[in-house]
Design a binder for this molecule. Structure first.
Ligand code: GUN
Length: 302
């Protein structure tokens, strides 16, 4: 068997086109969705992510407010900036790129963001809404993964889904989203026993471990949908640097029914969903509501 390759770039392009259409509709009402991007320090990977987010946001017609701060920035200065952005009516979404420099109280900074502008969906209010199944802002990467799963599986109800990894950014919200879609969800983590046996049961497998080759190809249930969230830089046998996911991709192709590549799978979806969340936040601000009226993934089948 050779798996269908889920083309995250193509799906992300369709999501971004839908965003651009909604931005054009908002422009007719005199609203331009505004995204404030806060990058503190000089982490090269964060710099690349932020440039890409900014480029795509501008291409979709959003207004981007760039805030670059030195690595020496302290928590107080970041909190003051967040307060200014919370009060600015031109800013509908605030993205604070993580990780923040050592010494900054990251939790306090994220908690200071107005939940209605929390387009990363990391604020405790949005995390709580997701846990309760209420409309709110959903973290971008799990939202993107869900859209990719739905692009190849129409019916999720009753499916056995496995999320490997329990981070607040991916694993936990991913498990919640799958549960809201009526999957039977298992969350595996570093203390899980006999991961291969648990993988063998999974019709949907989301790998969010952050370790190359954490999931072997022959662990995968034949025909499963595999979503690889990992972005790991490794050196190949020739000493050349390249990016791989958490799944042994060449081996997994022989077992999975459908699989995302790395790069070109989940990564582009994270950015596309950031734009979705920002446009939704702008619509909510225009309507005077503090949370989307429907879950953001409701209208996102591609
Ligand atoms: N750092 C790594 N991933 C993310 C993300 O999705 N959002 C933010 N803000 N920072 C990150």
């Amino acid at each position: 068997m050779s798996a269908t390759i889920i083309d995250g770039r193509a799906v992300a392009e369709r999501v971004r086109a839908q965003v651009a259409t909604r931005v054009a509709e908002l422009a007719r009402q005199g609203v331009t969705p505004g995204l404030a991007v806060v990058l503190a320090g000089d982490d090269p990977a964060s710099d690349i992510y932020v440039r890409s987010k900014t480029r795509h946001a501008e291409a979709a017609g959003l207004r981007v407010f760039d805030h670059r701060l030195p690595a020496s920035v302290d928590t107080g200065r970041l909190l003051a900036l967040i307060q200014r952005l919370n009060a600015d009516p031109q800013v509908h979404g605030i993205l604070v790129q993580l990780p923040l420099p050592p010494g900054v109280a990251s939790k306090a900074v994220l908690a200071a963001i107005d939940p209605a502008k929390d387009v990363d969906g990391f604020h405790v209010v949005n995390a709580g809404r997701l846990a309760l199944g209420d409309p709110g802002i959903v973290p971008c990467t799990p939202l993107g993964c869900l859209i990719l799963i739905r692009s190849v599986l129409r019916e999720l109800a009753g499916r056995r889904a496995l999320v490997v990894g329990r981070s607040n950014i991916v694993g936990r919200p991913m498990a919640q989203l799958l549960l809201h879609n009526d999957c039977t969800v298992t969350v595996a983590h570093s203390r899980t026993r006999d991961l291969p046996a648990i993988c063998a049961e999974a019709e949907i497998l989301v790998a969010a471990v952050g370790k190359p080759h954490a999931i072997a190809g022959d662990w995968i249930r034949p025909g499963a949908v595999v979503i690889d969230v990992g972005i790991n830089r490794i050196e190949d046998a020739q000493g050349k640097s390249r990016v791989v996911g958490d799944v042994d991709y060449p081996a997994a192709l022989e077992h999975a029914g459908a699989i995302t590549p790395v790069p070109g799978g989940v990564g582009p979806m994270t950015i596309a969903c950031l734009l979705v969340n920002t446009v939704n936040a702008a619509i909510c601000a225009a309507c005077g509501t503090d949370a989307p009226l429907v879950r953001p993934e409701a209208s996102l089948d591609h």
